[in-house]
Structures are given as structure tokens and as C-alpha cells.
Design a protein around this ligand. Structure first.
Ligand code: DWN
Length: 423
């Protein structure tokens, strides 16, 4: 059911504890978005969990109502590696250089990343001679990080680990938390842990997709069980102040993951004009009230109907469709829309750990992107639409040979090929 419903009283708000949550989108029971399936399990039905999204009228946090055990999400069979995107690599290097230069970090400093993955970001601190500590429970990613000189604590972060590190004298000058604060079931414990670990004159930078882009660009496929929360600046501000931290500055990256904010948070209250402007804009656009979210379900339903109709028409015309990006968002999209082998032949992905496996739920096979040149499907549905520029440049030969890209949001669209000089 995709329309607004009465408050869900049976679950407290993840931030403020309110029991007046207001659901506004129900994507049904969906498989775990990153739980890719081994071929030997192709005939089995994958576990599914409710995926319903609600708004908190007291602290404005948007959040899902279901809790899937973190170990099931991020340890068993978690194959996301941050290094498979050139754009993410460049974004991370620039972020690190900015922190090192602006804060004068050096050999006596400590940079900690929570959810450090394969060392994609901390490697740049290592290159600048700044001591680092990664925190990530995913074993394969931690192995990859340590192989490039990033020591990694293989645990979930929270108040207990933070207190242990502080007792060992390992307080951080900078804490980086990219695409993780949305992923933790104990949001207050996570923030309290960061307060424990950060030095009084230190800075925490938190990055997550911006809930305003999710709603206004209809990025419903970025909703899955790994993402417990979908943040506004207002929700972040109210959350961190509860733990003696302050939202002092905001940066916006419109092309990253469909629109990402970087929040600069610290134990000192030094709120910038930019932060104040974001908070004021959110109040002015209605993001602090339920009506802003009320009709999102209807918009999502229209995307599903349009996308399935487009793919069915392509099939009826005797044409073939493949998909690009075995992304978590892709799993939400194809499972919610019921896009299976009758509409899409296979998915390609550069991540070698994903090749040879099957997409969750619909079990589409995942192949090397080289298959596109060999097979030349007529259309390519971009499940990783957030990397359109990078993928379009990378797949120039496929496009020049007549292949056409389809982006699913904010509205299913077949992209016309760009003039050669624009690629
Ligand atoms: O929060 C999260 C976001 C940041 O990343 C994680 N919970 C999980 C993950 O979500 P996602 O899988 O939707 O993210 P991506 O980065 O959009 O996934 C892109 C997929 O496409 C990856 O499997 C890598 C692949 N890829 C590729 O095959 N060729 C990516 C690029 C850039 C490419 O050129």
C-alpha cells in the first residue's frame, strides 16, 4: 500500500523516541538489497522483510520501521566495495586533502573512519602521513583495507567500542562517517560514541544522501533495509545536540549518490551561515511537516507503472534489455516493480565479487560489463543511475554501437545519445 496511513504506534522514533510516527510509503516485503544469491540457491526463495517508511512529527527524522540484524546486513555476504567507483575515489581524496590542509593534521594526529570499507578513504590520510584507524565489521573489506596499510577494528561502532578506544588514549582529531549513520539501528548510541571518541577541538564529518533529493527526485530505490534513516539537516541538528554536539556546517554534493550532504559536527557550537540557511530552507519548504511526504507513495506507484510499461513495450517490439549496476538501490527497484527475466536479461557490474552471483529476489544473473560489447543489448537500464556520467563515458562503445540508456528516476526515460564531443 503506497498511501499515507495512521501513526504506527508500535515503534518509537530512532532519534527522539516519539511514538507518533506517520508512515507514508510501504514498499512491501523485499529481500535484503545487498544479499546477492549464489547460483546454487537460484531455485530457493530469499528471505523478505517489511519495508515501510515513516516521518517523525517531533524530530522530523524519516526512517524505516523494520530492524534487520546488522550482522545479517553487513557481515554475512556483504559485497559492497567503495573503491569500484572513480567518482567516489576522487570525492574521498579531495575530502581528505581538505581536512589535512585546513586542520593542520600530521604525524601526531589520528583520523578515524567508521565503516571504513576497503580503505578507499583512509588510504589518502596514510599517503599524507596521518595515522589512521578504520572501523568495519565486514571481513573481506577489512582484509582489503589492511592490505593497503589501513589498520581496521572489525567491530560495529557504538558507545562500548568508543569508550574502549578512548581508554586506550586513541581519541580522534577527525572522525569520518560516510554512508553509515543512516545504517545503524542504535542511532543515539552511534552519536554518543562519536562524542566519546572525538577530541574537544576535533571535527566529525558525516555524509549521507539528502532526504530532500530522495523526495523531490523520487529516489525511492535508495530505500532499503541497510538505510534505517533518511536525513534532513533539521533531523541531524536535533539528533546531535542531544549528545553535546553541534551541526556547524553543511556541504552539498548534488551528483553523489543522487544528492549527498556532508555535515560538519563538533563539540563546539560554531554554527555557520550555511548551516543556518539549510535549516531555514527546510522549514520554508515544508520538510518539517508530514504533508511534504504525504503523496510520495503515489509518485512511486507512477514510476513503477511507467517503467514496467516501457520495458514491456521494448520486449513487444522484439528488443532486448540488460541492466547496469548490481546496486542495492537496483534490488529495491527491480523487486518492487517486479522486473525479472521476462523483462531484463541480466545485470552487469564492475565489482568482481558480484559477478557470477544473482540479484536478490528476482535472481537476475550478474555479469562482467564486457558482456555488453559481446552481446550488444538494445537498451541498458541504469540501476546505478547515480553514476550516469561515469557509466556513460565508460560505455561509450556500447552507445556508439546503438545501445540506449534508460534512467528509472525521477521518471523512466530513454536517454538520447549525446553528441560525441559532449561525452
Ligand atoms: O549506502 C550505501 C551506498 C553509498 O552504497 C551502501 N549501503 C550500499 C551502496 O548502495 P548501492 O549499492 O546502491 O551503491 P552504488 O555505489 O550506487 O552501487 C553501484 C554499483 O555499480 C556497485 O555494485 C558498483 C557498480 N559500478 C560499476 O559496475 N561500474 C559502479 C561504477 C561507478 C561503475 O563504473
Amino acid at each position: 500500500m503506497l498511501s499515507a496511513r495512521p501513526a504506527a504506534a508500535d515503534r518509537p522514533c530512532r532519534s527522539c523516541g516519539s511514538t507518533r510516527l506517520q508512515p507514508f510509503l510501504d514498499l512491501g516485503e523485499t529481500p535484503l538489497a545487498d544479499a546477492l544469491v549464489r547460483p546454487e540457491h537460484a531455485n530457493e526463495t530469499d528471505p523478505r522483510f517489511p519495508l515501510e517508511v515513516a516521518f517523525c512529527p517531533e524530530c522530523t527524522l524519516v526512517q524505516i520501521l523494520e530492524d534487520v540484524p546488522p550482522a545479517q546486513l553487513f557481515v554475512d555476504n556483504y559485497l559492497y566495495f567503495s573503491s569500484f567507483s572513480d567518482a567516489v575515489q576522487e570525492h574521498s581524496r579531495s575530502h581528505v586533502d581538505g581536512l589535512v590542509d585546513s586542520r593542520g593534521l600530521g604525524a601526531d594526529s589520528l583520523a578515524v573512519e567508521i565503516a571504513s570499507n576497503d580503505g578507499y578513504l583512509l588510504r589518502h590520510f596514510v599517503a599524507r602521513g596521518v595515522p589512521v584507524l578504520g572501523i568495519d565489521p565486514a571481513p573481506t573489506q577489512a582484509d582489503a583495507a589492511e592490505a593497503i596499510g589501513v589498520p581496521t577494528v572489525r567491530e560495529f561502532f557504538g558507545t562500548e567500542l568508543a569508550a574502549r578506544l578512548r581508554a586506550e588514549g586513541r581519541r580522534a582529531d577527525v572522525i569520518i562517517a560516510n554512508n553509515v549513520m543512516a545504517h545503524v539501528p542504535d542511532l543515539n548510541g552511534f552519536v554518543a560514541g562519536m562524542r566519546t571518541l572525538i577530541k574537544d577541538d576535533g571535527v566529525i564529518t558525516v555524509e549521507n544522501p539528502y532526504v530532500r533529493d530522495l523526495i523531490e527526485h523520487r529516489e525511492f530505490d535508495t530505500i532499503y533495509h541497510e538505510h534505517h534513516c533518511y536525513f534532513s539537516c533539521t533531523a541531524v541538528d536535533r539528533l546531535v545536540r542531544r549528545h553535546g554536539l553541534y551541526l556547524n556546517h553543511v556541504e552539498y554534493f548534488p551528483r553523489l549518490h543522487g544528492g549527498t550532504l556532508r555535515w560538519h559536527i563538533s563539540p563546539r557550537e560554531e554554527v555557520s551561515d550555511t548551516a543556518r540557511e539549510y535549516l531555514a530552507a527546510e522549514a520554508a519548504t515544508g520538510m518539517l511537516a508530514f504533508d511534504y511526504y504525504r503523496d510520495f507513495g503515489a509518485a512511486v506507484e507512477s514510476i513503477r507503472a511507467e517503467l514496467v510499461a516501457l520495458l514491456r513495450q521494448i520486449r513487444a517490439d522484439g528488443k532486448r534489455v540488460a541492466a547496469y549496476g548490481a546496486a542495492a538501490k537496483g534490488s529495491t527497484l527491480i523487486n518492487f516493480a517486479g522486473i525479472g527475466p521476462d523483462l531484463v536479461d541480466y545485470v552487469v557490474d564492475r565489482n568482481v565479487h558480484k559477478q557470477g552471483l544473482l540479484m536478490p529476489g528476482v535472481h537476475l544473473p550478474i555479469r562482467d560489463p564486457a558482456a555488453l560489447i559481446e552481446d550488444q543489448p538494445d537498451y541498458l537500464l541504469l540501476l546505478a543511475w547515480n553514476f550516469l556520467d561515469e557509466i556513460r563515458a565508460q560505455q561509450a562503445s556500447y552507445i556508439e554501437a546503438g545501445g540506449r540508456l534508460i534512467v528509472p528516476v525521477p521518471r523512466p526515460t530513454v536517454l538520447e545519445p549525446q553528441p560525441a564531443e559532449a561525452v
